[in-house]
Design a protein. Structure first.
Length: 135
C-alpha cells in the first residue's frame, strides 16, 4: 500500500490525503445504517463530549497521515512500512499501561500468557516487514 501511495502521491500528497479521507467518509456512511446505533446513542447521551472526541481523533489521524506522506517523500516506502508497523507495539504498551493504572478507562486482558502471545505476534509482524525492507 505504501509503494502504491508513494507512486500516486509523490508530489501532491494533499490531494491524496483528501481522497483518502473522502473514501473513509463514504465507507463510514455505507456502514452507518447497520453499525450506527452505538454512535447515535453516544451522540444523544453527551453530544459535546462525543463531537469533541471525534474532532480530536480526526485531527490526530490527519497529523498521522500527513506524517506518513512526509516520510514517504524522505525515505523508501519499505522503510516507512517497517517503521509504521511499530505502531502495534506502541498500542500494546499504551493499552497495558492504561489497563494497569486506569482500569476504569480501559480493561484489557493483561495476563502474562496473553501479553506474551500479543508480543510474539508483533515480533513476527515486525520481522516480516523488516525482511521486506531488506530486499
Amino acid at each position: 500500500a505504501f509503494i502504491l501511495l508513494k507512486s500516486i502521491a509523490n508530489d501532491d500528497w494533499w490531494s491524496a490525503l483528501v481522497w483518502i479521507n473522502i473514501g473513509f467518509g463514504a465507507s463510514s456512511l455505507i456502514l452507518l445504517p447497520t453499525h450506527g446505533a452505538p454512535v447515535w446513542k453516544a451522540l444523544r447521551a453527551s453530544p459535546h463530549k462525543s463531537i469533541s472526541l471525534l474532532i480530536g481523533i480526526s485531527a490526530l489521524t490527519l497529523v498521522g497521515r500527513g506524517a506518513i506522506f512526509i516520510a514517504l517523500g524522505l525515505a523508501p516506502a519499505a522503510l516507512v512500512s517497517v517503521v509504521s508497523a511499530t505502531q502495534t507495539l506502541f498500542v500494546l504498551a499504551l493499552t497495558t499501561f492504561l489497563s494497569i493504572h486506569y482500569p476504569a478507562l480501559i480493561t484489557e486482558d493483561i495476563r502474562a500468557s496473553v501479553l506474551l502471545g500479543k508480543l510474539g505476534s508483533i515480533c513476527l509482524l515486525l520481522a516480516g516487514f523488516a525482511l521486506l525492507a531488506l530486499q
